[in-house]
Structures are given as structure tokens and as C-alpha cells.
Design a protein around this ligand. Structure first.
Ligand code: ADP
Ligand code: MG
Length: 242
């Protein structure tokens, strides 16, 4: 589904990604972790072309992301993205936040879009808030709306970049619950997160990044189970967060 092949990227003279290769198959949930500044956000932004890269290739469902002719609206609707800071449209109601791109990008009628939006809001427990504006919601509620908004485009995969790290602790679980539910329904997911409880519960694989490189990429059981096989850097990192 997502094929990342020997991707390298520079910001000026600074190499932020070095030869990153991994493949995410349909239905897999891959958790990406690693120290701050290791390139996690940059790597997932490359997947939906929010950042260009200079070497290597990325394909999403067979379409090459680096191809200048790629339809970016289509790519970004096919690959939903959820950020740390929700980034809802502040001037639109919750329902409109979900409906606008369905109408503008997918060309759904407004009533069709609204029906889909309400069904998704129900799924993330936010239907009763559909008329409100983002500023009237808690962080956890806004993040659940952001997830529903991405799902409204019927994505084939979802990318998450630390979706719970800006939340107050009591709101983390309501967002993780939605993510767990998605994972259990078979959504293909690439999640940057340090929520190792989530990783243990639903990850197929865990990727550990350090200084722009993928240092480990292994099944969850191996990542958590076999301390002896872990790289020193992954071991150090895990000892700090577990
Ligand atoms: P992570 O998400 O793992 O914390 P990032 O992908 O955000 O890491 O950043 C990786 C490195 O790239 C960091 O050293 C960061 O300072 C640098 N970086 C990120 N964005 C830019 C940018 N727009 N210009 C220059 N350097 C950047
Ligand atoms: Mg980041």
C-alpha cells in the first residue's frame, strides 16, 4: 500500500532522512517512534507529498508520490493525515469541517456529504456537537473530529503524527480508543506516536528512527519482547519512555 524506497532528504546542507526503506501492507498498523528530531514527521510528510524528497521513491497504492504529474488533491484524500495540532478550520462548524472537502474534492452533493459526515461524527462520539465550532471543543474532541474529517474522504490509509502529544492526559485515551477501533477494522495506518500501550495493542510492526535513519523495523513482538536483539539506541529510548 505504501512503499518507501531508499528515501533521502536534505534541508539545505542538513540531511534529515538517510536511505529510509519500509513497506506498509494493506491492513498493517505501523508505529513509528524515536527521539525528537529523528525525522519521523518529515518521513510521514513525504508520504503524502507535504514535503519533497531528493532521493529514492515513494509509491502509494501504486502511484508515485515524487511524480510531478501526480494529482495532489487525490493523493491527500486517499491518504488521510492527522496532526498533533488538530488543524480544524476555525470558521466552519464541525459538520462543515467534515463536509467541505467531500463536496469540493470528491464532488459529493451537500446532502450526501452531510449524511456521511454525521455518520462519521457518530462513530467518533461527536454527533451531538456537529453544530459547534472547533474552539468550543476540548482538545480530545477536536482530535476525534480531525480523525473523522480524514475518514470522510474514504482514505485507503491513514497517517498520524503524534495525535495525542498535545492533549491533556485525561483526553489521550478517547483519541487512542478511536485509533484502536480503526486499526481493528483493518485500516492501514502509519502512526508516529510514543504511546507504547497503543503499539502493544494494535501495531503490526514498530519502526524506530534515529538521526534520520530507520534503525529498527520489526514485528511488535520482537520490538517489545527481545531486549537483547534491540539496538543500543532503541534500548536507551525505550528505557526513557516505558
Ligand atoms: P521528529 O518528528 O522526529 O521530531 P522532524 O522530522 O520534525 O523530527 O525533524 C527532523 C530534523 O529536521 C530536525 O533536526 C529538525 O530540526 C529538522 N527540520 C524539520 N523541519 C525543518 C525545516 N523546515 N527546515 C530545516 N530543518 C528542519
Ligand atoms: Mg515530529
Amino acid at each position: 500500500m505504501i512503499d518507501i524506497n531508499q528515501v533521502s532528504k536534505w534541508y539545505g546542507a542538513f540531511q534529515v532522512l538517510t536511505d529510509c526503506t519500509t513497506r506498509i501492507r494493506k491492513g498493517e498498523v505501523v508505529v513509528v517512534c524515536g527521539p525528537s528530531g529523528s525525522g519521523k514527521s518529515t518521513l510521514i510528510k513525504c508520504v503524502n507529498a507535504l514535503e519533497p524528497f531528493q532521493q529514492g521513491s515513494i509509491t502509494v497504492d501504486g502511484a508515485s508520490v515524487g511524480d510531478p504529474k501526480i494529482d495532489l488533491n487525490r493523493l491527500r484524500s486517499r491518504v488521510g493525515m492527522v496532526f498533533q495540532h488538530f488543524e480544524l478550520f476555525p470558521h466552519l462548524s464541525i459538520e462543515q469541517n467534515l463536509s467541505i472537502a467531500q463536496v469540493k474534492v470528491l464532488k459529493r452533493s451537500s446532502s450526501e456529504a452531510r449524511t456521511r459526515s454525521m455518520a462519521l461524527l457518530e462513530r467518533v462520539g461527536m454527533k451531538a456537537h456537529s453544530h459547534k465550532f472547533p474552539s468550543q471543543l476540548s482538545g480530545g474532541q477536536q482530535q476525534r473530529v480531525a480523525i473523522a474529517r480524514a475518514l470522510a474522504m474514504d482514505p485507503i490509509a491513514m497517517l498520524f503524527d503524534e495525535p495525542t502529544s498535545a492533549l491533556d492526559p485525561e483526553m489521550v485515551n478517547e483519541v487512542l480508543d478511536v485509533m484502536v477501533q480503526l486499526a481493528c477494522e483493518g485500516m492501514t495506518m502509519m502512526c508516529v506516536t510514543h504511546e507504547m500501550g497503543f503499539a502493544r495493542k494494535v501495531a503490526s510492526r514498530v519502526i524506530f528512527m534515529d538521526r534520520g535513519s530507520i534503525v529498527e523495523d520489526c514485528p511488535k513482538e520482537e520490538f517489545f519482547g527481545n531486549a537483547a536483539a534491540r539496538s543500543d539506541r532503541a534500548q536507551q529510548f525505550l528505557s526513557k519512555i516505558l
